[in-house]
Write a protein that binds this ligand. Structure first.
Ligand code: SF4
Length: 488
């Protein structure tokens, strides 16, 4: 065994010990033992869980209660882990720490769902699959609205369905949905933490995010980033979100994680191996017709077939020319700003206006639904960490604006020489202010402007239509030009 591997395993074991200590030290709640016999897995659950419930939105005035999300400054978590050691888990144990659903009508609270799975053959390679199935209890659960993942999670429960719900049965649905779909899971338990002020509020959830979730996520993400598109002959497609965004297809590649932030290329591979006729399918790459943009004949053919013959092309590393389609569950978005011929980035955490004059929610509403919106692309909040991030558009050299908080989160991914050249809401939001800022900091996009003074915006085609060939060529040349500029 190599030294690196030993170090990695040592780090993994130390993290596992820390997690167990924190798990044991959480405030005590009410303990339930939910059915562990498959015949009774769903006994007592009185809400519908099915694809027809997917993608629901719950408006403020219809809301019974809200967990996480912007009002709580995204201080909640949905954490799923694979535990080593059978004795660590008491199968079917669901502990509800804090009030029950019927006690929080009209309230908005921070929360944490901590779900643990054990199986002799279960490894972290199955994490995406476990996450996907656990989330279905809410994503396809009657009355629930679920947005985002991990530490940006946001839930709302609809008033009309509230009487059907309680946390005991939600815990039961989450772990048993996963068990029934995935026989490698032998044991599962859950802690559902509703972090009222007396329990520690968002201070408690943030502490768990910092000490439990983030180290675990960073480790599994690092492993996923070890692969690159060049290492893979096959990418994977996913159509799970077609339940609410017809025609939407994600092409999942090592360098192109999808919007939901759940599925990775490794996870998609595992899922496809287990269930080759499911929502996830192989996409043999075929011939690479555009290495810079990431366009492949095999991917285009599969996208066409699986999008009900709607989309013929996808340029994997572009948000301007033929980007991937947008479903609606994306955690962040890239948007073209014609006033400066650059790209902005915004995530769900930011509630203010962008330089387009709209908020994230408004933008998300405009570009979701499974359409191919040239110039606009939903992404996972971690997509900018990809080494091929919008490479066809000029990479980081084309990014001109990011909200301050999101920019800080992305610090390690932003090239050092570009960091101060990217504006935040504190520098400017309006187009004129942004133009002045970019000129002042000698941002690479200024080299695309006429005489370095007047932006020369692209003429983007309408959603779902083709580019004019000359304009597409111009767009790609701009991307190439700005990519090669060494920021001053
Ligand atoms: S965003 Fe894409 S990869 Fe994720 S569940 Fe939806 S279709 Fe699948």
């Amino acid at each position: 065994m190599t030294k690196a591997k030993l170090t990695e395993e040592g780090e993994q074991e130390e993290q596992a010990r820390d997690r167990q200590e924190i798990w044991d030290a959480l405030p005590k709640g009410k303990v339930y033992h939910v059915p562990t016999n498959p015949d009774d897995f769903f006994t007592g659950i009185s809400y519908d869980i099915s694809p027809r419930q997917a993608g629901q939105r719950v408006r403020k005035h219809d809301m019974y209660c809200e967990l996480g999300g912007p009002k709580q400054r995204y201080s909640s978590f949905f954490f799923i882990e694979v535990v080593k050691g059978e004795d660590k888990i008491e199968d079917g144990r669901v502990e509800v720490i804090g009030p029950e659903i019927k006690e929080i009508e009209g309230q908005s609270l921070p929360f944490g769902f901590w779900i643990r799975y054990y199986g002799k053959e279960l490894t972290e390679d199955y994490l995406d699959l476990l996450t996907r199935w656990t989330y279905f209890a809410l994503e396809e659960g009657e009355g629930w609205m679920l947005l985002n993942t991990r530490d940006t999670i946001w839930l709302r429960l609809h008033k009309k369905d509230a009487a059907k719900h309680d946390f005991e049965h939600l815990g039961q649905a989450m772990i048993n949905l996963c068990k029934i779909q995935f026989p490698l899971v032998e044991k599962a338990d859950a802690k559902i933490l509703i972090a009222t002020e007396d329990l520690g509020g968002s201070e408690l959830t943030k502490g768990i995010i910092d000490n439990v979730c983030t180290p675990y996520w960073e480790r599994v993400d690092k492993r996923a980033r070890a692969f690159s598109d060049g290492d893979a002959d096959t990418f994977y497609g996913c159509t799970i979100c077609q339940t609410f965004a017809p025609s939407h297809v994600c092409a999942v590649a090592p360098d192109r994680p999808p919007y939901c932030g759940i599925i990775t290329w490794i996870g998609a591979k595992v899922m496809c191996d287990l269930d080759p006729y499911g929502y996830i399918f192989e996409m043999p790459k075929g011939e690479c017709v555009d290495p810079e943009g990431g366009e492949y004949t095999g991917i285009n053919e599969k996208i066409y077939e699986k999008s009900n013959r709607t989309y013929k092309r996808v340029v994997m590393y572009s948000s301007i020319t033929y980007p991937q389609t947008n479903c609606g569950c994306f955690e962040a978005a890239i948007f073209y700003i014609p006033d400066v011929d650059g790209l902005g980035l915004v995530d769900r955490r930011y509630g203010g206006e962008t330089p387009l004059g709209v908020t994230f929610s408004k933008l998300a509403g405009l570009i979701s639904g499974g359409q191919q919106n040239h110039g606009y692309c939903g992404i996972s909040s971690r997509t900018p960490r990809s080494r091929k991030f919008v490479r066809a558009d000029g990479g980081w050299n084309r990014i001109v604006w990011i909200p301050k908080e999101y920019k800080q989160i992305l610090t390690e991914s932003i090239p050092a020489e570009m960091f101060d050249k990217i504006a935040t809401e504190e520098d400017c939001i309006d187009a004129e202010g942004l133009r002045e800022f970019l000129k002042r900091v000698h941002h690479p996009v200024v080299t695309l402007w006429k005489d370095g003074e007047t932006p020369d915006p692209l003429n983007l085609p309408s959603p779902n239509t083709d580019w004019d060939q000359e304009e597409e060529k111009k767009a790609r040349e701009k991307g190439k030009k700005v990519l090669t500029i060494l920021p001053l």
